[in-house]
Design a protein around this ligand. Structure first.
Ligand SMILES: [Mn+2]
Length: 445
């Protein structure tokens, strides 16, 4: 089969990020492009599948990417290989099937440290960074590589894509450093933005609107969930991107969309989560789903969509752990003033504790008002500093119940200029959720 005398080093790649198949995404294209500069003479080999989000860029820059196909590999001897964005043999099995024997030199560049590395003889270069492209860009920077603006644009698109526009938790300083360098090499942010458009097809935009109209909001164990059920004749492409967009726009803790393909008697469940406490891969596992914590999907054959939707609803109720509530977030050390304290004493209290306001309670610790520095200033102007706090405080006080969810607490902080939320049970002040406590919980959610 192989021409023993023919030496044609290849740049072989594969990608793992897709939910149920191995194909090339934008980070993969960015990595491949930069690898060409680090490995002169190597040629990128395309996988059989291009991820829908990467198709635009792939078609537009076919010349710069200059990819060989798997068919081109037939009958060739590969004597060196570079693998980007994965280190798992299973992810690149379509290539390995064409490369026999394995080359002696295999370099792997991968930013998925949790993956198992099982490509025999591979030298793995790894770092926990947001985008794999960053790894190669860092090396290119170190070597003083100069890029054409188009190349810088392709690479930068990969970094934006895998870092969720620098908002994912996996983002590191290295991603910013690499991006700064790419901008310096002439990358166009206008073009990057155009390549990142996730809903490319007219049909996806239609589906997006239809799904929005079918959403149901519910709170399950304190988690804010969005579910949607849709029936359609047959499966159409790009549904994952549609669900992703709905999840982004609606911004719940997790989104579950169930698509029933009537003619095929198949059901597709696509789930997205932005909360650590909701592992959608675990929730969809009983349905045969795969994926990871934040993104998962399951294709179920021979079961109606309605039945799947009901089964999913039931399992959400049993599988979700209780979400954080005001009860768990609040501090029980409460600063509060008695309603009968004089305004002069209250003023001294605010000053010495460097506060702009304080809750006011009666003898039974019932929350009855809130006194701010502004109320004190008013009393001072009126020469009433000897009067009790109760005469100048605001009687309309925002407060929450111990069962209040993080989202409800957030809504109070977002819509009012308050520094903490008094938590009241049967009228009594039992705690406060400070802004710091809220922010900490939100950041770790
Ligand atoms: Mn990646």
């Amino acid at each position: 089969m192989c021409h023993e005398d023919h030496r044609w080093p290849h740049l072989v790649q594969a990608i793992v990020n897709s939910v149920y198949r191995t194909n090339m995404d934008l980070d993969c294209l960015g990595s491949l492009l930069l690898a060409r500069f680090l490995y002169p003479g190597f040629r990128p080999v395309r996988s059989r599948l291009i991820h829908p989000v990467a198709r635009t860029l792939f078609n537009l820059y076919a010349d710069r990417l200059d990819m060989a196909s798997l068919e081109d590999l037939a009958g060739e001897t590969v004597d060196a290989m570079v693998v980007v964005d994965t280190r798992s043999a299973a992810r690149i099995k379509e290539f390995l099937a064409c490369v026999n024997p394995l080359p002696a030199s295999i370099d792997v560049w991968d930013h998925h440290p949790a993956d198992s590395s099982d490509i025999p003889g591979a030298v793995v270069r790894e770092a926990e960074v947001g985008a794999n492209t960053t790894l190669l860009a860092r090396e290119a920077m170190r070597r003083g590589v100069r890029l054409a603006p188009q190349d810088a644009t392709i690479a930068l698109t990969g970094i934006f894509a895998d870092t969720g526009n620098f908002t994912h938790e996996n983002v590191r300083q290295a991603d910013f450093d690499a991006s700064a360098w790419l901008v310096g090499q002439g990358a166009s942010l206008v073009l990057v933005k155009s390549f990142l458009q996730t809903l490319k097809e007219e049909s996806q935009i239609t589906m997006f609107h239809e799904l929005l109209n079918r959403l149901t909001w519910q709170t399950v164990r304190g988690h804010l969930l969005v579910t949607g059920y849709m029936e359609m004749d047959r499966q159409v492409g790009g549904l994952a991107a549609v669900v992703e967009k709905v999840h982004e726009v609606e911004n719940p803790d997790a989104t579950f969309a169930v698509f029933s393909f009537l003619r095929q008697n198949e059901t597709l469940v696509i789930a997205r989560s932005q909360e650590r406490g909701i592992d959608v891969a675990r929730i969809l596992a009983p349905f045969g789903g795969g994926g990871h914590h934040q993104a998962s999907s399951a294709l179920i054959k021979g079961v109606t969509g309605r039945a799947t939707f009901h089964a999913l609803q039931a399992s959400l109720k049993t599988m979700l752990a209780e979400a954080a509530t005001a009860q768990t977030l609040m501090s029980r050390e409460i600063a509060a003033l008695d309603v009968n304290v004089s305004l002069a004493d209250a003023s001294f209290f605010l000053e010495t504790h460097d506060r702009t306001g304080v809750s006011v309670v009666d003898a039974d610790f019932h929350l009855c008002g809130y006194l701010s520095l502004r109320d004190v200033a008013k009393a001072r102007r009126g020469g009433q500093m000897g009067a009790p706090v109760g005469s100048h405080m605001a009687r309309q006080v925002l407060s929450g119940a111990p069962t209040m969810s993080l989202r409800e607490i957030e809504a109070l902080f977002f819509t009012h200029t308050i520094f903490d939320v008094p938590i009241v049970e049967e009228g009594r002040l039992v705690g406060v959720v400070t802004r710091d406590a809220y922010l900490k919980a939100r950041a770790e959610r």
